[in-house]
Design a protein around this ligand. Structure first.
Ligand code: TXA
Ligand code: MG
Length: 332
């Protein structure tokens, strides 16, 4: 059931549902989440079941404000505090050392917890209302509201399509950011970028004065992050990433064929076939992030068997989009 998330009554109903251990489709500025009370292990277990997600992939705990961190994290390093001051509320998740009794099922018992304070007004209203309940709900665990490995949802309809009418979904409109939050591991003395997103590595360096390491620069036993599995965010069609020249060459070879092929390109192209579905990519990575997952879904709905995408530039501002596209391509 989809409720209008801008209504007070819907927000209250959603907070109560969470308190009672039910799942909720929650809009955030990045993507829609499948939410449950972080400290209710049975409710959190339902998230894993509904998504088909392996239990060893920890969930992000969403909080209403930075003050709520003390319910979950043992300590906050100086550079992590600087990132909080700069980017919360917003699309940034921090991995911090966990308090032993907090969010056990959500973290799979790991010594760390992922925390994020979303800026979406509906998410914020729900998290605030949760804090004011008796007993309060301090944190809400929410992975993206899609089946494991599939494309993340950026509208309430995407969530309802994936999980059916049983699930209570708050409609907060189309997500502004469109790709999942940037994840920074703050448990290693220096920031480590686990998942790129709208907040770039340059933004992070600027805010805390430290260059974030890539996870590749770390040794083997990094915590698991499902957003970091190579094959992820997969549409049904096969995705191929190509440089502009390569893409034009492939089209030239294709000639008048091109049935069930969708193209998402940034550079001008000569398309020899009228059967192709052509979509032009914006020059602004923020616009591309916003429409990306919806675009992949539309290509699937159109009946695409192949999706050919022009590879974005190898620069920090495109890193989040490039990462999602590489994973989508790896899945095929
Ligand atoms: O934008 C987002 O972050 C969205 C919205 C709903 O807030 N949520 C989201 O959740 O993308 P999910 O579960 O799809 O991705 C969470 C990522 C996973 O890759 C998970 O493994 C990682 O965060 N993560 C969570 N806690 C962690 C921890 N303690 N250590 C390492 N990685 C962690
Ligand atoms: Mg996800």
């Amino acid at each position: 059931m989809i409720l209008d998330g801008t209504l007070d009554a819907s927000v209250q109903a959603a907070a109560l549902a969470l308190q009672q251990g039910r799942l909720l489709g929650l809009p955030t500025e990045t993507v829609y989440g499948l939410a449950a009370d972080s400290d209710n292990d049975a409710a959190v277990a339902q998230i894993f079941t509904a998504k088909g997600r392996p239990a060893n992939h920890p969930l992000i705990v969403h909080v209403a404000d930075a003050a709520a961190i003390t319910r979950y994290a043992k300590e906050v390093p100086v550079f992590a505090q600087q990132l909080i001051d700069a980017f919360w509320p917003g699309p940034l998740t921090l991995i911090l050392p966990r308090l032993p009794e907090a969010a056990k099922a959500s973290t799979g018992g790991q010594g760390s917890v992922g925390l994020r304070c979303p800026s979406h007004p509906v998410a914020h209203a729900v998290l605030k209302a949760c804090q004011q309940l008796n007993p309060p709900v301090w944190g809400v665990s929410a992975p993206s509201a899609n089946k494991f490995g599939r494309v993340s949802p950026t509208t309430a309809e995407h969530v309802a399509t994936e999980f059916g009418d049983e699930l209570l979904v708050l409609d907060g409109g189309a997500c502004e950011v469109g790709i999942e939050s940037t994840i920074v591991d703050c448990t290693r003395g220096v920031p480590v970028l686990l998942r790129p997103g709208a907040i770039t590595r340059d933004d992070i360096e600027h805010a805390c004065g430290m260059k974030p390491l890539s996870k590749e620069e770390l040794s083997a036993n990094t915590p698991r992050a499902s957003g970091t599995l190579l094959a992820h965010y997969a549409p049904n069609a096969k995705v191929r990433l190509m440089e502009a020249k390569q893409l034009q060459a492939a089209l030239d070879i294709l000639g008048k064929d091109g049935k069930n092929i969708a193209i998402y390109h940034r550079s001008p192209l000569k398309a020899p076939s009228a059967q192709l579905l052509l979509r032009r990519m914006s020059d602004d990575p923020r616009n591309v992030a916003r429409e990306l997952f919806g675009m992949l879904r539309n290509f699937d709905d159109w009946g695409a068997k192949l999706i050919w995408i022009e590879a974005p530039a190898d620069t920090a501002d495109w890193e989040g989009v490039r990462d999602r596209l590489q994973r989508a391509a790896a899945a095929g």
